[in-house]
Design a protein around this ligand. Structure first.
Ligand code: SAM
Length: 280
């Protein structure tokens, strides 16, 4: 470790379980994560949950700006005393309430990074997806089981909402595993660092994205049922739902976990057609 970098492996704040505070204390892993970001001097980074700055200290000198969004006031203060740089802006806020589009980035898209609290993995991923148009990629340390879900293919147990949505909006990749020994306190699970590169342009341009998300969420809400049964739960007027089930030209005997992303797009398009033009 270069001399000027602060020692973040000595944890001075008392970790709070409720905030998912398992701090990274392995410098090699911290460097490896930051290397995987392929940072350039004009990058604008948002770090989610910087804690005492295990990753932040390796990022700050290599980017144009880093916004570090940390909910815990104690950690935000510790970070402030650990790293002093004009490039670093510490924001003491809940990432789930933070408006990423309000950041001043010029026309540059953001890179998101974080060793995040595991209980917030899905909401944080959904948030990233919501802002996909202004994000280049997301690199996060998450629970291995969840990482497996992101990259899962149809007809597997791990395939679900997270797989379909992340693979619709981008390309998820598991980079490397991280042992519980690299954290303080040690989590009970193995972690994986994943990256999702968001598409610059969605491959399925014409599909109604909002409806696509509704179809994916509704059908996977009943993943063991056939589509015919799943579609009953679409959050639309009863007559519209009945109309969809009666008229749709799609194999409704399939189950959601059997459908590829492409098939979900086709299903959504067909539902859309019926909603827009109910009397055919
Ligand atoms: N990045 C640091 C590291 O690698 O040592 C800390 C990682 S720790 C697993 C997760 C961090 O996220 C903690 O600092 C915690 O306080 C913060 N955090 C938890 N919930 C948050 C939220 N809703 N918004 C922002 N930060 C949050």
């Amino acid at each position: 470790m270069p001399k000027h970098l602060v020692n973040t492996s000595k944890i001075v704040i008392k970790p709070k379980k409720s905030l998912g505070q398992n701090f990274l204390i392995d410098e090699n892993i911290a460097r490896k994560i930051v290397e995987s970001l392929n940072l350039t001097k004009d990058d604008v980074v948002v770090e989610i949950g910087p804690g005492q700055g295990a990753l932040t200290k390796y990022i700050v000198d290599n980017v144009k700006k880093i916004y570090a969004v940390e909910i815990d006031k104690r950690a935000a203060e510790e970070l402030r005393s650990n790293i002093s740089s004009k490039k670093l802006k510490i924001i003491n806020q809940d990432i789930l309430e933070f408006d990423l589009s309000a950041l001043d980035t010029g026309s540059k898209k953001l890179k998101l990074v974080g060793n995040i609290p595991y209980h917030l993995t899905s909401p944080i991923l959904f948030k990233a997806i919501e802002y996909h148009k202004i994000i280049t990629n997301v690199t996060m340390m998450i629970q291995k089981e969840v990482a497996d879900r992101l990259t899962a293919k149809p007809n597997s147990k791990a395939y679900g909402i997270l797989s379909v949505l992340t693979q619709f909006y981008g390309v998820p990749k598991s980079l490397f595993k991280v042992s519980p020994n690299c954290f303080f306190p040690k989590p009970k699970v193995t972690s994986t660092v994943v990256r999702i590169d968001f598409h610059h342009q969605l491959p399925f341009e014409n599909v109604d994205e909002k409806l696509f998300r509704i179809v994916v969420r509704t059908t996977f809400g009943k993943r063991r049922k056939t589509l015919k049964n799943c579609l009953k739960y679409l959050p639309f007027d009863e007559t519209i739902v009945k109309n969809i089930i009666q008229k749709i030209n799609f194999p409704l005997n399939k189950r959601p976990e059997e459908l590829s992303i492409n098939e979900f797009v086709i299903l959504t398009d067909k539902i859309d057609e019926i909603i827009k033009c109910p009397i055919v």
